[in-house]
Design a protein around this ligand. Structure first.
Ligand SMILES: [Zn+2]
Length: 259
């Protein structure tokens, strides 16, 4: 039954058209869930600001219906027991709306499909609001396209520093970090890593940790203005503006001279 299934699943999973419409018959069990279903809370930002525990993935389904997911790692764990061989899958998944919200989650199970679904739900429960801005001295465009400042995240032996990058640089980083930053809505970013980045799960957790640190860091008001820091979603207009600028910038690859 083993047949290296875990290996093949990695990365080449076909994009599922997920039905993320809010479940009509959902009966919330938590205070936060009730407030969301009742319409007292209408944005993810407000939901997180309540400080109430997020224990129901439906909260995210309703507040961020456009959430995407990416399988980061599928690890097959084989164990010999008295009754024979046991196989389990450990799945790591990242979710995000590509605009200011990202989460990472894990799950274990006997089947890949159901474990992925469980991991997606767990990732939704770990959703954080990230900060973006233009922290690049070479850029100073005042658009929220990169991280506001250099921040280091850690997990296990892996350490990653996310540094602001000027517009058009893209995500100059490994595949795993790229997936997570894209889901978070970071368009340009430089990264520096230390440790065993081949341990995918720790690498992913370190990236998430860096984004989390970024969110929790205290910032002075004047800095918020200077770096144009925005927390959470930019909304469609702002995102579109940034995209348009990209398109304009593309035929001009040469770098600006530092003045
Ligand atoms: Zn910029």
């Amino acid at each position: 039954m083993a047949r290296g299934r875990g290996q093949r699943r990695r990365g080449d999973r076909p994009k599922r058209a997920r039905e993320t419409a809010p479940p009509v018959d959902w009966l919330p069990r938590t205070k936060l869930g009730k407030m969301v279903k009742g319409g007292q809370i209408t944005t993810m930002s407000d939901a997180l600001k309540t400080g109430l525990p997020l224990r129901e993935p439906e909260v995210v389904d309703i507040l961020l219906p456009e959430v995407n997911d990416e399988v980061i790692d599928v690890n097959m764990v084989q164990r010999m027991t008295d009754s024979g061989r046991r196989i389990k899958f450990a799945i790591t998944v990242a979710v995000g709306n590509n605009d200011g919200y990202v989460g990472i989650g894990q799950a274990k199970g006997k089947e890949v499909g159901s474990s992925i679904r469980k991991a997606i739900d767990n990732a939704k429960l770990n959703m954080i609001e990230i900060r973006r801005g233009c922290g690049s001295w070479e850029c100073r465009c005042r658009k929220a396209h990169t991280v506001p400042f250099a921040i280091t995240g850690k997990s296990g032996s892996v350490e990653i520093t996310l540094k602001p990058a000027p517009q058009g640089i893209g995500l100059a980083t490994g595949n795993v970090a790229k997936k997570i930053l894209k889901l978070a809505g970071v368009q340009d970013c430089l990264t520096f890593t230390k440790g065993k980045t081949k341990t995918t799960v720790n690498y992913a957790k370190a990236v998430f940790n860096a984004l989390q640190e970024n969110t929790q860091m205290r910032v002075m008001e004047k800095e918020i203005k200077k770096i144009s820091i925005i927390s959470g979603s930019l909304g469609p207009t702002e995102a579109k503006k940034t995209e348009e600028q990209y398109i304009e910038k593309q035929p001009e690859p040469e770098k600006k001279e530092a003045s």
